[in-house]
Design a protein around this ligand. Structure first.
Ligand code: PEP
Ligand code: MG
Length: 883
């Protein structure tokens, strides 16, 4: 087996395509070498060795050693130096480099090959003894830390003491003799602390370092990082051994990092920093302030020292050319590391550069204009989830976060305000021009007006599909739900967080993008939509197959969604229309009615309100499809709970509180999410369907007359499990349709379809499709019912499941392809078997999640529907899925 790939002198055994075996660093070093760029020679031990190492109780394959030694000989031949030589010693760096970048997580050793003899030779050869001894002490420090396990602090302390003793302020002030002295103390301390001497044999040093790098794959930091970023453990890391070049060989030497374009603005300008007379680690360590590479940036950003462009014009010119070459070659922004050794430029790393969303947009659009990439490629390069950064204010990434609690990131964006504990207080605050954060254990419909008035919402209970989460997303208000680490003491108006107790009026910041709750006010970055955004979205729209609709419950939502590019309404949750203002009272009257007469009386009041809203929706959508779902209220969301609430509601309704209490008790359900909701309500009380159908058809007539555009209402029946349920409800709808058409003397086309939210419905889809003209997958309920996990309670244990590796992600956020997805696949196939032109869509919260959208594309759904602010995300994700 070939465990080692060499590179150097214009030739490499691997290339960029081999990144799986060589890791990103090794593959790109090889690629640069093949491009003829100045890369110090080296070799890469492939990542398969990492797997071998862990499978064989930390042993290497037998062939590895001879292969490495052969590679080393090649490096010796190219450099004209020899490993361990006492005249012209070859020094090497040993670095990790996996398939995915894991910055700072794993170990590195520089200056390897130095010992008491070679340090003398290095000093001689370079004509700089100070440099040699400084390098030796750096090596000892790193090696003892990384390989021998002696904490670096020990050395830092010694260095501080000695500097003080010698009367120096900076490391750079120490002379050769003084460094030599420090080295001898280092070596003594190692022997004292570890009971073994610092290894003098370069080959022993080399294998020690290689072993340490492979071992660092399993260190705690790296393991956690991989879990956070979904990097499989099986990938392993490669190890790069490369001839050292020195940026610390005096004032004609330097080391630096650069981006080929500005990674925060996307501006097409070389952007980077360097340090004269320094080694790579110094730039990152922040001991000395780096200088600007270009003169333009030096002037613009007020660096006080001269730029590399001024100081080292030749190296700069060569570097600039290489930047352009690499960017054109990789067709993407490059993030580079380089060293200049006595005026000679060496490239040490290149990779695609990380960037802000704004920069990503600009760069993608510019590269299309430059003819570097295609429009589809530009679309594919934007991470849809990062669009949040453009649509909502976000916390300035440069500020330190004082986190006092955290929950689920239910609705993106960040906001600051004073804590209020009731909807009323939020409204008062808004009226008085103060910003409020509404903090509740959970929210209910009567909080709606307060939710609107608040800057952000925080709840300590509930999951990603809880009332607060769904409503806040719909409104585009930042929201964190299920903050289990925080507690609310309502009586004393306190919010108790991690090591802190806050009172009403105290200022907090909510980050709905991360789920964090922060103390006090935090600087924000305001969103701005650039022309680049518009162009990317236009390209995305051209490339996607699925339509993107929105979940909109009110004309205001619908208008917002249109401005984000929604192409219709995929779900209007009619019960949400009764959250606003006084409507909730009428809705309650309807729910609490003792008999049909009472119910009809309440329904008669609801009817004009619904008709008005539906007319609004139809008019705004102007001929685009509008799916209206029949009433589906989980009863507990609408009923008063506490004595106070009951007293209040009873007052409004003119009832005795005790009578109301009885009625509430009678309606109490143990599992309201699985209770008397959805079509079950319609079957118990068909007068509800009749009222809603009438409101829809009359609104369709009004809107058609008003806009002149044909209105084709799509009426959707929720929570169907049986064909007979749908038949019953559909018969009521058809009856009303006939009546309204006769009255209005107008033909209205309409569709009646169903949500697929229950496993039974998915399995019987071919039968249900005989009656249903379309399916919309209600994946919130389908996830709840497939897993048997309550969507309101799952937040209590899902984080534990994730932490323990039982599940990878929250299935209420991103679709569970294997289980819930399988049911969707089955239902789609069976539904289309019966009705081959059947329209299929998704309207659960997953409709705005990019991974779930990919799945929808793969199985051939016609549309996804999501909350208004996620429409751009869905447009982009749908395009990427189709490309
Ligand atoms: C669903 O269940 O996915 C759905 C869209 O309906 P709701 O969230 O209103 O239950
Ligand atoms: Mg549902």
């Amino acid at each position: 087996t070939n465990w080692v790939y060499t590179f150097g002198d214009g030739k490499a055994e691997g290339g960029a395509g081999d990144f799986e075996r060589l890791g990103g660093k090794g593959a790109n070093l090889a690629e640069m070498c093949n491009l003829g760029l100045p890369v110090p020679p080296g070799l890469t031990i492939v990542s398969d060795v990492c797997a071998f190492y862990y499978k064989n109780s930390r042993k290497f394959p037998d062939e590895l050693k001879p292969q490495v030694m052969q590679g080393l000989q090649r490096m010796e031949a190219i450099t004209g130096r020899r490993f361990g030589d006492t005249e012209r010693p070859l020094l090497v760096s040993v670095r990790s480099g996996g398939r995915a970048s894991m910055p700072g997580m794993m170990d590195t050793v520089l200056n390897l090959g130095l010992n008491d003899a070679t340090v003398q030779a290095l000093g001689h050869d370079a004509g700089d003894a100070r440099f040699a001894w400084d390098s030796y002490r750096r090596f000892i420090q790193m090696y003892a830390d990384v390989v021998m396990g002696l904490d670096n602090e020990v050395f830092e302390e010694i260095l501080e003491d000695e500097k003080a003793r010698f009367g120096h302020e900076f490391d750079t002030d120490l002379t050769a003799v003084e460094w030599q002295h420090v080295v001898s103390i280092y070596k003594t301390v190692i022997e004292e602390e570890l009971g073994e001497a610092f290894p003098q044999e370069p080959e022993v040093q080399l294998w020690g370092a290689v072993g340490a790098v492979f071992s660092s794959w399993m260190n705690a930091r790296a393991v956690t990082y991989r879990q956070l970023h979904n990097i499989p453990e099986a990938w392993g890391t490669a190890v790069n051994i490369q001839a050292m070049v020195f940026g610390n060989l005096g004032n004609s030497s330097a080391t630096g990092v650069a981006f080929t374009r500005n990674p925060s603005t996307g501006e097409k300008e070389l952007y980077g920093e360097f340090l004269v007379n320094a080694q790579g680690e110094d730039v990152v360590a922040g001991i000395r302030t780096p200088q600007s590479i270009t003169e333009v940036a030096r002037i613009a950003s007020g660096y006080d020292k001269p730029s590399m462009e001024k100081l080292m014009p030749e190296a700069f010119a060569e570097f600039k050319g290489i930047c352009a070459q690499l960017e054109a070659h990789y067709r993407d922004v490059q993030d580079l590391e380089f060293t200049i050794e006595r005026g000679k430029l060496w490239m040490l790393q290149t990779r695609n550069g990380k960037r802000t969303t704004k920069a990503a947009m600009k760069i993608a659009v510019d590269m299309v204009d430059e003819g570097l990439i295609t429009e589809d490629e530009a679309v594919s390069r934007i991470d849809p989830t990062t669009l949040d950064q453009l649509l909502h204010p976000t916390i300035d990434p440069r500020v330190r976060r004082e986190v006092i609690g955290s929950g689920l990131p239910a609705s993106p964006g960040a906001a600051t305000g004073e804590i209020v504990f009731t909807a009323e207080e939020a409204i008062v605050a808004e009226e008085e021009g103060r910003k409020a954060i509404l903090v509740r254990i959970e929210t209910s419909p009567e909080d709606i007006h307060g939710m609107h008035a608040a800057e952000a919402i925080l709840t300590t209970r509930g999951g990603m599909t809880s009332h607060a989460a769904v409503v806040a997303r719909g409104m585009g208000i930042p929201c964190v739900v299920g903050a289990g680490t925080m507690r609310i003491d309502m009586r004393n108006e306190k919010l108790i967080g991690i090591g802190i107790t806050l009172t009403k009026g105290d200022i907090v910041t909510i980050d709905g993008s991360t789920g964090q709750v922060l103390k006090g006010e935090v600087p924000m970055i305001q969103p701005e939509l650039s022309g680049d955004f518009g162009r990317i979205m236009a390209w995305a729209d051209r490339s996607r197959r699925m339509t993107v609709r929105t979940n909109a419950d009110t004309p205001a939502d619908a208008r917002a969604a249109r401005s984000f590019g929604a192409e219709g309404i995929g779900l209007c949750r009619t019960e949400h229309m009764f959250f606003e203002g006084d409507r909730i009272h009428v809705m309650r009257e309807m729910i609490l009615a003792e008999d049909e007469t009472g119910r009809r009386a309440a329904l008669a009041k609801l009817m004009p309100m619904q008709r008005l809203d539906f007319t609004g929706l139809f008019t705004i959508m102007h001929g685009l499809p509008v799916t209206i779902r029949l009433l589906d209220p989980p009863l507990h969301e609408f009923l008063p709970k506490t004595d106070e609430e009951i007293a209040e509601v009873a007052g409004i309704m003119g009832m005795e509180p005790s009578v109301l209490r009885q009625r509430v008790d009678a309606l109490h359900e143990f599992n309201p999410m699985l209770g008397h909701r959805g079509c079950r309500l319609a079957i118990s009380y068909p007068e509800i369907v009749e009222m809603q159908a009438r409101a829809i058809f009359e609104a369709a007539v009004l809107a058609a007359r008003e806009t002149g555009a044909a209105v084709v209402p799509e009426i959707m029946v929720p929570l169907v499990g049986l064909r007979s349920e749908l038949d019953y409800v559909k018969a009521r709808i058809d009856e009303v349709a006939r009546a309204v058409m006769t009255e209005a003397r107008m033909k209205i086309d309409y569709l009646v379809g169903t949500m697929i939210e229950l496993p039974r419905a998915a399995l019987r889809a071919h039968i249900i499709a005989e009656a249903a003209e379309f399916f919309s997958f209600g994946t919130n309920d389908l996830t709840q019912t497939t897993f048997g996990m309550s969507r309101d309670d799952a937040a209590a244990f899902i984080p534990t499941y994730q932490r323990k590796g039982i599940i990878e992600h929250d299935p209420f956020i991103s679709l569970d392809f294997d289980g819930v997805g399988e049911l969707i696949r089955i239902a789609s196939e069976r539904g289309r078997r019966t009705r081959n032109d059947m329209k299929l869509g998704i309207c659960g919260e997953h409709g705005g999640d990019p991974a779930s959208i990919h799945f929808c594309e793969d199985i051939g759904l016609d549309y996804v529907s999501c909350s208004p602010f996620r429409v751009p995300i869905a447009r982009l994700a749908a395009a990427q899925a189709a490309i």
